[in-house]
Design a protein around this ligand. Structure first.
Ligand code: PHE
Length: 449
C-alpha cells in the first residue's frame, strides 16, 4: 500500500457520514408508505424494535470488523484468520460485498437522477424555461442517461477528494441542510387542509396487523436497506474511525439518527398525500393501499405542488432538493466500497481509481436504462432481497466466529474502556454469533415463499 489511509477527523464527521449513508431514498420514500400501508404506528413500532434488535447488532458487526482491520471489505475479511479456507471464504464474501454495493449503486444513481430532474423542473419553471423543465421530468433515454451521469460524476468528484475533504466535508454540509429542509417542509405541509387525516393514518396504530408476516418482512427489509447493511458501506466507514471512539455508542447514535429521520419523513410524506387528496388527487391504488412507488413521487406529490399556487414551485424545489441530498450522501458511501478496495489492493491513487470505477458503474446503469423492463426490478431484487441479507448474515458470522473473541473485546475496549462489564458485552457477542444470523435467515427464508 503506497498511500497513508484516510480517516474521519472527528466523531461528528463519522456520524454525519454514516447517517448520510443510512438516510436515503429508503427513509423518505420507502419507509412512510410502508408504514401507512402496514398498520401505521404498529409498523413504526415493529420497525423500531427490529432496527435495534436485528439491524443494530449487524451494524456493530460491520463497523467493528472495519475498524479492527482498518481496510476495505475484501482485505478485511480475507485477513481475519490464517486458515486457508477461511481466507478464501473472506475474499469471496468481500467480493460479494463489492458486487452488492455496485449493483445497488447501479440502480440507485438512476433513481437519484430522476430526483435531480424533478429538482431542476420547478427551478426552470421559476425562470420561465418551462419547456426545458418539462424535458427533465419526461421519461426518455437521453434524459435518464444525462441525469444519471451528472449525479454519478458529482459522487465521483466527492469520493476522489478522499475521506476528510470529500466524504466528511460534504456529509457535514449536507446532512444539517437535509434536516432543515425536512423540518421546514413538515411545518408548511401540516398547515394545509387534509394534513391531519394523514397524520392520523400514520400515527394511529392498527395492532391487529402486528403479527402479519408481511409486516415483519417489510420492516426487516426496510431496516436492513435503511441502515445500509450488507453492502460493505458501514464496514468501510468503520475502517476510517479513530481508535478513541466508542463503537457501541456510535452504533446506537447512527441507528437513532436513521430511525428518527425515517419517522420524521413520515410526518411529511403521509400528510402531504392527504393534502393532495383534499385537492382532488387519487392517492389509493386499486388494491386499496396508498400509492407507493414512482406514482407517489412523480404523480401524487407533483400534483400537490401544482395545486399550491405561487408557493408550489418553491415547495417542489425544496422537496426534490431533500431527495437529491438524501440520495447523494447514500450513493457516495456505496461508491466508496469498490473505490477503497481497488485503491488499497492496486496501490494506485484514488484520483485514478475513482473515475474508472464510476465509469464502470455508469456502464451498468446504462445497461439498466436500456433494458428497464427486463433488468431494473431484477437488479433491485437481487441486490436488496438476496444480496444484502445474505451478506449481512455472513458479516455477523465473520465478526462472531472468525474474529477471535479476545481480539473483538480488545477492539471494542478501544474508546470504551470497561466494556466487558456492560450489558452490551454480555449480550452482543452471543447475539452476533447465533441469534442475529438465525433471525436474518428466518426472515430471508420467509421472503422466498
Ligand atoms: N441506506 C440507504 C437508503 O436508505 C441505501 C443504502 C443501501 C446505502 C446500502 C448504502 C448501502 O436509501
Amino acid at each position: 500500500m503506497t498511500q497513508a489511509r484516510g480517516q474521519f477527523s472527528s466523531k461528528i464527521g463519522f456520524l454525519m457520514a454514516a447517517a448520510g449513508s443510512a438516510v436515503g431514498l429508503g427513509n423518505i420514500w420507502g419507509f412512510p408508505t410502508q408504514a401507512a400501508n402496514n398498520g401505521g404506528a404498529a409498523f413504526v413500532l415493529v420497525y423500531l424494535v427490529l432496527a435495534f434488535v436485528v439491524a443494530y447488532p449487524a451494524l456493530m458487526a460491520e463497523i467493528t470488523l472495519g475498524r479492527y482491520a482498518r481496510s476495505n471489505i475484501v482485505t478485511a475479511l480475507g485477513g481475519l484468520s490464517p486458515t486457508p479456507w477461511k481466507r478464501w471464504a473472506g475474499w469471496i464474501t468481500g467480493g460479494m460485498g463489492l458486487l452488492v454495493a455496485s449493483l445497488i449503486l447501479g440502480f440507485y444513481t438512476i433513481v437519484a437522477g430522476w430526483m435531480l430532474g424533478a429538482f431542476i423542473e420547478p427551478g426552470a419553471s421559476l425562470i420561465g424555461a418551462d419547456a426545458l423543465g418539462q424535458w427533465f421530468v419526461t421519461d426518455g433515454f437521453t434524459r435518464n442517461l444525462l441525469l444519471c451521469f451528472v449525479f454519478s460524476a458529482f459522487c465521483a468528484w466527492v469520493i476522489a477528494r478522499g475521506i476528510e475533504q470529500g466524504i466528511e466535508a460534504w456529509c457535514t454540509r449536507l446532512m444539517p441542510l437535509l434536516a432543515a429542509i425536512l423540518i421546514g417542509l413538515i411545518v408548511y405541509v401540516l398547515q394545509q387542509p387534509g394534513a391531519s387525516d394523514g397524520l392520523r393514518t400514520y400515527l394511529i396504530p392498527d395492532f391487529s396487523r402486528i403479527t402479519d408476516p408481511d409486516l415483519l418482512l417489510g420492516a426487516m427489509g426496510q431496516a436492513f436497506f435503511s441502515l445500509s447493511l450488507g453492502a460493505g458501506a458501514m464496514l468501510i466507514y468503520g475502517s476510517y474511525l479513530k481508535r478513541d471512539d466508542s463503537l457501541p455508542r456510535l452504533g446506537v447514535e447512527v441507528t437513532l439518527l436513521d430511525t428518527s429521520i425515517a419517522f420524521i419523513a413520515g410526518l411529511l410524506v403521509i400528510p402531504a398525500m392527504y393534502v393532495a387528496q383534499a385537492q382532488g388527487a387519487t392517492i389509493f391504488g386499486e388494491d386499496g393501499n396508498l400509492l407507493a412507488g414512482p406514482a407517489l413521487i412523480f404523480q401524487v406529490l407533483p400534483s400537490l405542488f401544482d395545486g399550491m399556487g405561487a408557493a408550489g414551485p418553491w415547495v417542489a424545489l425544496a422537496f426534490f432538493a431533500l431527495m437529491t441530498i438524501a440520495a447523494l450522501t447514500s450513493a457516495i458511501s456505496m461508491l466508496e466500497v469498490p473505490v477503497a478496495t481497488l485503491t488499497e489492493i492496486t496501490g494506485r491513487p484514488r484520483t485514478l481509481i475513482t473515475p474508472l470505477v464510476s465509469l464502470a458503474i455508469f456502464g451498468l446503469s446504462t445497461l439498466l436504462i436500456f433494458n428497464m423492463d427486463a433488468l431494473f426490478d431484477l437488479t433491485i431484487v437481487v441486490a436488496t432481497r438476496f444480496g444484502q441479507p445474505l451478506l449481512g448474515l455472513a458479516l455477523c458470522l465473520f465478526a462472531g466466529w472468525v474474529l477471535h473473541r479476545d481480539k473483538l473485546l480488545e477492539e471494542m475496549r478501544e474508546g470504551h474502556p470497561g466494556i466487558e462489564r456492560t450489558l452490551f458485552w454480555k449480550i452482543w457477542p452471543v447475539y452476533v454469533r447465533v441469534i442475529c444470523p438465525l433471525l436474518i435467515l428466518a426472515v430471508f427464508v420467509q421472503s422466498l415463499r
